[in-house]
Design a binder for this molecule. Sequence first.
Ligand code: SF4
Length: 320
Amino acid sequence: MTKRTWVLKDVLELYALPFLDLIFQAQTVYRQHFPAGTMQLSTLLNIKDGGCPEDCHYCPQAARYHTGVKAKKLLSKEVVSQQAHTARELGATRFCMGAAWRELKDRDLPAIVDLIKEVRSLGMESCMTLGMLTDEQAQALKEAGLDYYNHNVDSSPEYYKEIITTRTYDERLQTLQCVQDAGIKVCSGGIIGMGETLEDRAGMLVTLANLAQPPESVPINRLVPVPGTPLENTETIDPFDFVRTIAVARIMFPTARVRLSAGRTTMSDELQALCFMAGANSIFYGEKLLMTGNPEMVKDRALLQRLGISVDQLVNQPQA
Ligand code: SF4
């Protein structure tokens, strides 16, 4: 099948559909590509907190904002291993590790390679978010067994400049290219509710969908305005507008994991259920999602059970 090229107009037409028609279409697409009522659970661990030199206006880890986040060193392999074991026992099949770095430094590469190998040895999929990468670094991560690399484009090319000034949209796209060239799957999405227009939301999805190889995982975050960041007083968006973006993402990325990511703590059970109906089939599951709270695991499990949604099992076998 030839790959579809998306244009902004078509995406805006999806956004303009009556809400129930859009949800119906998204759920139909979902059922063509995934078993109905299933969810993939990922756990995210911050392996290096705070002190980031970038200026992403939403981020409490940026050193320049006064958010109370202290810069710490990279976590040891022992700590990460213990956390990954716990995540696996609690049902997570993917373990994501995030470091608040502008880019990966070659001096940190050996430690990162060790962490990837450790997580893979548990039979879990591994994902890293470490900032910008070079071709050589991406290749080394691939050789270590990395399954996914997360690098969000955040918003449209136009609105991105309002949110981040310390690196360009093109640099983000270059890193995605390095990752794909190395044969690592891409996890890339954005944040909704930063003051962007509908065209910006559509533009972000068009950018990602028109990559030579669209992302295999698309996280859709709802902004959590953190005190001390430039976006602290941003108004919360209409929940239905958020659900619309999930549904449009599902239609545009039919085979990808569409992940309900940061901001889930601020959503009611009913709103989360609507997001699942709209085609979200992956959630972050754990005590903390980067620096924002994440609903407790027990509550998550109870919600999935109430909705009759089953969770995915490990695809890789743990090494003996
Ligand atoms: S989002 Fe990432 S790159 Fe931007 S300030 Fe936060 S940790 Fe740094």
